[in-house]
Each structure stands twice: as C-alpha cells, then as structure tokens.
Design a protein around this ligand. Sequence first.
Ligand code: FES
Length: 156
Amino acid sequence: MDLTKVDAIIENYDGDATSLLAIMQDVQDQENYLPREAVNHISAKLDVPVSRIYSMATFFESFHLEPRGKHICTVCMGTACHVRGAQRLVEHLERDLKVKSGGTTEDLQFTLEEVNCVGACALGPLVIIDGEYHGNVTSTRLTRAVKKLKASEGGE
Ligand code: FES
C-alpha cells in the first residue's frame, strides 16, 4: 500500500500512540485489511512493537490480516436468513464471483463472507454489499448488484 496514506492517518492522530487502535481501524477502512507493511510502518512511527499491533488485531476480531477485496459481499447465515434461502444465495454468489465463501477473488475485487445474525431478521434473507443492507434479496437482484459493481470497475 501507499505508506504516505498511513502517514496521513497517523498525522490525523498527532502521531499519538494511545490512538493506535483508531489508526489501525482507519488503515483497515482504506485497504479493507491491515497490510503487513502498514503494520511495520505504524510500529516504527509510533514506536510500538509489531507484536503488540498483531495481538490487538487478533484480539479485536474486526481486523483482517489477509488481503480482502475492494468490494465485500457478506451473506447473513443466521437462522432467520438461513431458513429463507441464505445458503442458496451463498452458492449463487460463489458462482457469480468465482470464489469460495470466505475467499477473495484473484483480482482482489471481491471478498465473499458469511456472518451470523446482524439483527435485521425481518429483512431476511439479507446480504450486505460494501456496508449497504439488501433485504429480501433474490439471486436475480444479487446478480444485478454484482454486475453493477463489476461494470463500475470497468469489468463485464
Ligand atoms: S438471521 Fe439474518 S439478520 Fe438475523
């Protein structure tokens, strides 16, 4: 990643090591994961051991240490969504995106994930695409949403 972006984030927090968690979060928000070179850079800049950053990243499950796609598709697999066909939606997205659930496409455009109930059961089955909730979603609507994203990236 461009480390000047990491510098800018650190600068936003006045280089204050007590803001480590927020800095890590902001880096992840930009990259969708916490790249190793960013961790090393933060460590050097804030004089915080790399091991501490990794232990925080592991403790807070919201951090991702492996590359994730630019677009994140998350299918809710909680009970309410599951009984309304969430598994079929996962399989549909696996075919559409050509990636297994839990994986990221080779071009780093899409990550397909599953999550347990996100508390919007009445909308099930629910798929979250780049943070936007799609309720009562169908395979057709998913295909349309994926096509739109691909088109916006200059793909199909
Ligand atoms: S089961 Fe999917 S939102 Fe609750």
